[in-house]
Ligand binder design. Structure first.
Ligand code: FAD
Length: 327
């Protein structure tokens, strides 16, 4: 029997979608190895019994609730280390994101446990769980097994599907934790807003999407100018490669681990057309691709393909649209 503990992040009275996916995954995999999945939440008064109980719908048996600062890693490490020491969970699962990475790494150091990051799949092998993560530019899969009493699994953002599997409210248990001196040194001053997070990618009629062919983060200015020329109902989208590189926010990512869209026009510049990107945009009414490689896979499912250097084509296209619109 191996129980799983999942950290669940919340903000303004709602649980984070990635965390709920992690609970769903934790519950399903714990069941595979004859165990149960519990959740940990850390925060203030907005973590009501009712809100915490809703985690039961995703398969959580019990929710361990600690009163502490929200959105900071070290206090959560303190809480999870105590819960694991008291209850003997065999695995800790995180939904991903920067906070998940930081807590997972801190917990691994504290508990001297093995940790695997960027996990895209977890499966049972006999009575233990193994984690799979893509490596070498996503061309190979590496499999992690854990020695010792605790294995830590940190998912890629959106890798774990959110599934409602239970109907009963989860039991809620308050945890008293003496925070480590260093855990309370940092305080949350403000929460930053991501550039582009307010753009309604899924509702836009026109998406101009940029990929690694843009060369660097500044390359996205070309796409933003193009979107500006198209005007209303247009947004900039991105591939995972550029989101991972920090060139553009995750809110704009299209594909298997991002958003699924179906705009009237999807204009892709410097995007190869990997299957994981294609699944998020293939239902677009019209697909136009600009790529300097005539053999790029994206041309196989484009309505119009333009072979050439985007640095020359996109500015001309922007000018042409502006001229047409008289702006
Ligand atoms: C589990 C998993 C989930 C994934 N989820 C996603 C996802 O949600 N979304 C996603 O997008 N990817 C996802 N990926 C990654 C995906 O496999 C690709 O690595 C990624 O889509 C490639 O992004 P890209 O097209 O920007 O970069 P590349 O594949 O590097 O392509 C860059 C393209 O730009 C072209 N180019 C270069 N310079 C120029 C120029 N000057 N002018 C014109 N063209 C130029 C090149 O010819 C090339 O075709 C996932 C992978 C895995 C394993």
């Amino acid at each position: 029997m191996a129980d799983v503990l999942v950290y669940v992040l919340h903000y303004e009275g709602a649980f984070n979608k990635n965390s709920l996916g992690a609970v769903s995954e934790g519950a399903a995999r714990a069941a595979d190895v004859g165990g149960a999945c519990d959740a940990v939440v850390v925060g203030g008064e907005d973590l009501t019994d009712e809100l915490c109980g809703t985690l039961g719908a995703y398969g959580a048996r019990k929710v361990f609730r600690a009163n502490g600062p929200e959105g900071l890693a070290q206090p959560v490490v303190d809480v999870m280390a105590k819960v694991i020491a008291d209850h003997g969970h065999s695995y800790a699962i995180f939904g991903g994101g920067l906070l998940g990475f930081e807590i997972g790494a801190g917990l691994a150091a504290r508990c001297r446990a093995g940790v695997t990051m960027e996990v895209t799949s977890v499966r049972a092998d006999g009575d233990e769980l193994v984690a799979e993560r893509p490596i070498l530019g996503d061309s190979q899969i590496s499999v992690s097994r854990y020695r010792g009493g605790l294995g830590i699994i940190i998912g890629r953002i959106n890798a774990f599907e959110l599934r409602e599997s239970g109907s009963a409210a989860a039991a809620v248990e308050d945890v008293e934790v003496a925070f480590s001196p260093w855990s309370t040194r940092a305080t949350m001053v403000t929460r930053g807003e991501q550039r582009g997070a307010d753009v309604d990618i899924e509702g836009a009629d026109i998406l101009v999407a940029g990929g690694r062919g843009l060369g660097n983060a500044d390359g996205f200015q070309l796409m933003e100018q193009l979107a500006g020329a198209f005007g209303a109902n247009t947004a900039v989208a991105a591939t995972r490669a550029v989101v991972d590189a920090g060139w553009y926010p995750y809110a704009a990512q299209i594909g298997q681990t991002g958003k699924t869209v179906a705009p009237k026009l999807y204009l892709a510049a410097g995007i190869s057309g990997a299957i994981q990107h294609k699944v998020g945009m293939q239902s677009s009414e019209n697909i136009v691709a600009i790529n300097k490689d005539a053999n790029a896979p994206i041309f196989e499912f484009s309505d119009l393909g333009i072979v050439g250097d985007l640095n020359k084509i996109v500015p001309k296209l922007t000018d042409a649209i502006r001229a047409r619109k008289g702006s």
